[in-house]
Design a protein around this ligand. Structure first.
Ligand SMILES: Nc1ncnc2c1ncn2[C@@H]1O[C@H](COP(=O)(O)OP(=O)(O)OP(=O)(O)O)[C@@H](O)[C@H]1O
Length: 304
């Protein structure tokens, strides 16, 4: 295994942020680490990269304990934190020089290495600007370049596309896919499309506990999550669905529900149509929510 997270627990005061979190990533795998706000993703990433100590449990990077050998591990890891810390007054290459010196990269090799990562991360068009003058997308690229400068085998990216516009988002995702060749990647995110677009394996965490861990293809096929999204102009009463073949109801937004069906969707749809007519409700939207990651995520991380 490239990364083994073993029974990690962490509390902040009385609050338990992680409760025996366990998962693994194989060499060459892109693992999507998913969870709602406050689930414990950043805490896990910080412990895995040696920035924070766990209360119990450990993370092994290629068999080396992060808790016991944080310095050894830091050379094997590239990390893009959620709040990507950069020096706004520095030029990009100046900044990468500085980071390279922290990893004691050979002075003869550093120029070549900086040029390589700047090209790889598409930074050459902006090379004459200071970091503070760059757009958010380009600052994320600098963060990625920083994570790659010492050519680590394992890369951990904490919410790498948050706050990017749709064009930058596609570009950065493409870049992540390119970077991932021959590397092991963990990407923490709450964007389902991101995981579906780039990840092979998925771990879902909720309130500090792992609630699902599998290959994306297995999760989306085996998840018992076929459902119907229903939105009406008027409020719906949950009691109306008691006689329906509905296992669970999730409120996605006001007057908008995900009904997880225990029967084929056409059976449920027919009953919902009858209900709408009976109650004289105006339909805004009704659509089949197939067994996709978003439905599984809702199912596992929202309470009724
Ligand atoms: N330094 C801290 N002190 C106290 N509580 C903290 C601290 N850091 C995180 N927490 C709490 O621990 C829980 C997990 O936080 P964490 O940042 O790991 O979640 P997350 O899944 O990364 O969330 P988000 O998607 O919102 O970034 C949250 O309830 C958070 O408020």
């Amino acid at each position: 295994m490239s990364i083994e997270v073993n029974q990690l627990s962490k509390s902040y005061g009385a609050q338990k942020a992680l409760d025996e979190v366990t998962f693994q990533a194989k060499p060459g795998q892109i693992l999507g680490f998913l969870g709602p706000n406050g689930a414990g993703k950043s805490t896990t990433m910080k412990i895995a990269t040696g920035y924070l100590a766990a209360d119990s449990g450990d993370v092994l990077i290629k068999g080396v304990s992060v808790g016991k050998h944080p310095k050894v591990v830091s050379r094997m890891l590239g990390y893009l934190p959620e709040h990507n810390p950069l020096y706004p007054d520095m030029y990009i290459s100046e900044f990468l020089h500085f980071v390279g010196s922290l990893y004691a990269i050979d002075k003869k090799k550093i120029e070549v290495r900086i040029r390589h990562v700047m090209e790889r991360c598409g930074l050459m068009p902006e090379k004459s600007k200071r970091i503070g003058q760059l757009s958010k997308g380009y600052r994320q690229r600098v963060g990625l370049a920083k994570a790659l400068i010492h050519d680590p085998e394992i890369i951990i990216l904490d919410e790498p596309t948050t706050g990017l516009d749709p064009n930058q988002l596609v570009e950065i995702r493409g870049l992540i896919r390119e970077i991932s060749e021959q590397k092991t990647l963990i990407i923490s995110t709450h964007i389902m499309q991101e995981v579906e677009a780039i990840c092979e394996k998925v771990v879902i965490i909720h309130r500090g506990k792992v609630v699902a861990q599998d290959l994306l293809q297995n999760l989306t096929v085996s998840g018992q999550s076929d459902g119907l999204i229903l939105e009406t102009e008027e409020p719906l009463e949950l009691g109306w669905f008691e006689r329906f073949p509905v296992r669970t109801i999730r409120e996605l937004a006001p007057n908008r529900f995900l009904l997880l069906s225990s029967e084929p969707i056409p059976v449920l749809r027919k009953q919902v149509m009858t209900l709408l007519a009976e109650k004289n409700l105006s339909l805004v939207e009704m659509k089949h929510q197939s067994k996709n990651l978003e439905a599984i995520f809702h199912q596992l991380t929202q309470s009724r």
